[in-house]
Design a protein around this ligand. Sequence first.
Ligand SMILES: [Zn+2]
Length: 532
Amino acid sequence: MKLRVRSLGIALLVFVSAAIAAAPDWEALGKRWWSHVQYLADDKLEGRNVGTEGFEKAAAYVTEQFKNAGLQPAGVNGYAQPVEFDVAQIDESQSSIELVRDGKAEALKFGEEAFFAVGKDLAEKAEADAVFVGYGLTVPELKYDDLAGQDLKGKIAVYVSGGPGSMPTAIKAHYQSSEERRKALRNAGAIGVAVIPNPKAAEVPWSRIAASRLQARMELRDPASSGGPGWKITLQINPEHADKFFAGSGHHFQEVLDALNADKALPHFPLAVKIREKSAVKRSQVSSENLAGVLPGSDPALSKEYVVISAHLDHLGIGEPVNGDKIYNGAMDDASGVASLIEVARAMKDSGAKPKRSIVFLAVTGEEKGLLGSKYFAEHPTVAAKNIAADLNMDMYLPLFPLKYLEVQGLGESTLGEDIRAVCEAAGVQVQADKQPDHNRFIRSDQYSFIRKGVPSLAFKFGWLPGTPEEKKFNDWYKERYHGPADDVSQPVDAAAAARFNDILGKLALRVADAAERPHWKADSFFRRFAE
Ligand SMILES: [Zn+2]
C-alpha cells in the first residue's frame, strides 16, 4: 500500500514536471517577440518608410533574424528581392482644386475640404463635369450597376466609398478594390474620381486622413504590375463639405446619408459644378526590397510546394506631427507581424520542425502604398507561382488583451478555415468570423495580392465579444493610434497573448504544410474565380 502510494507519487511528480517543461513560458516568449517590435518601431528607424535609411535598418535586422532562425535565402540577392518605385509628392503651394459654377470659380481649402490623391497620371491641368454615382460600383454577377445609364464620358465620377449593406461581403469587398473600380469606371469613360469616405465605416477621423495627404505616393515601376492607365484627377472629399460639390444639383449630402443609413438605394445625379484642377507634382524614384527566407520541406514531392507566412515591414515614415510627435512608428502596424514572423521561424528551428511542404517567411515592402511589395512578389514570385499553396498574413492582429477569441478573415472561403478551427480548438481559443465586414479587411492587406493569384489565404485579428471592454479597446485603438504617431512602443500590449498567437500561427503553418492535400477554395467562394 505504502509502496503503491509512493510510486503513484513519483508517477505524479514525473507527470507534473513533464507538464511544466512542456508548458511554454508565454511571458518570456512574449518578451522576446516584443524585443523585435521595440527594435523595428524605435524612433531611430523613423517609421520605416519605403526607400529610407530606417527601412534599410529594419531590413538588415530581419535578414539577421532570418539567418539566426536557420532560414535559407529565398530572394533574388540572398534574402532580398529588389522592388523599384516611382514616387510622386504634391506641392500644394503650386496647386489648386476649384469648383466652377456659372463661370465663377471657388477654390477649395486643401486638407479641410478636399485634397489630391496623387497618381502617376494626374494631369497638370484638367477641368471636367462631374456626376454623383452612389457607391460607384459595378457588380456583374449581381446585376448591380451604379454606372448604368450614367453619362460619364470625359467626366469625374463622384462616389461615396463602401457598398450596399445587403450585398455579400466578399463580392462587395472585391469590387471596391481600386483595380476593379478603375476597370468599370474607365469602361464607362470617366477620366477621374472624387471619393467621399463613407462616414458609416470611418475608422479614423477626416483630420487624420487629410494629414497623410502630403506624404509621397508610390507606384511600382514594374510595367507588369501597373494595372494600366490611371486617373487624370483623383480627389478625396471631406464628407462634412460634400454639399459644396452638390450645390445647385437639387440634392444634399444628407439625402445620401439617410439612404445609406437606411440601406436604401443611393441617388444618382449630375452635379451642377465643374471640377477644375491645377497640380504640381515632384517626381522621383526609390528602391526597396521584399525579404524572403525558406524552411525547406522534407517530403521529396511536397517540398516543391510553399506555404507563405507574410507580414509587412514598411510603415508611414515621418509625417504631420500629432501632439508634437512626427514619427509614425507602426509598432502594431506592422512591426508586430514581422516580429511574429521572426518568432514563428525561430520556434520551428528550436523544435526541429520538419514540415513536408516548404515554408516561406516573407516580409514585404510597400504595403502602406497599396499592397505594392506583395503585389510585386505575387507577380514575380521567387518560387514557382503555381506551387504557392497558401498565404497566412499577419497585419496588426492587435494583441491588446488576452487571446480568447481569434477573428479570422477568409474563414468561410477555403479549407484553411477548417485548419485554423482545429488549431484554435486545441489551443482553447474560439474562432470568430469577420465582425466588421464593412471595413473590407480581407482585401486590405497583403493576402489580397495572393488571393488575386488564386492562392487560398487567411488574415487575423484578436477577437472580442460585443459590449465588452475588449471591444472598446479594439475600437479605441483605431480611433487613437491607427496610422498615427501613437502606434508606438509606449502603448500597452499583451505580449504573452501575442506569444500564444505566434504559437497558433506556427501550428497552423505546420498543419497546412503537412496535410496530404493542398488547401483549396470552397466551391461557393467568390474568390475561387482567381484560381481557375
Ligand atoms: Zn497600415
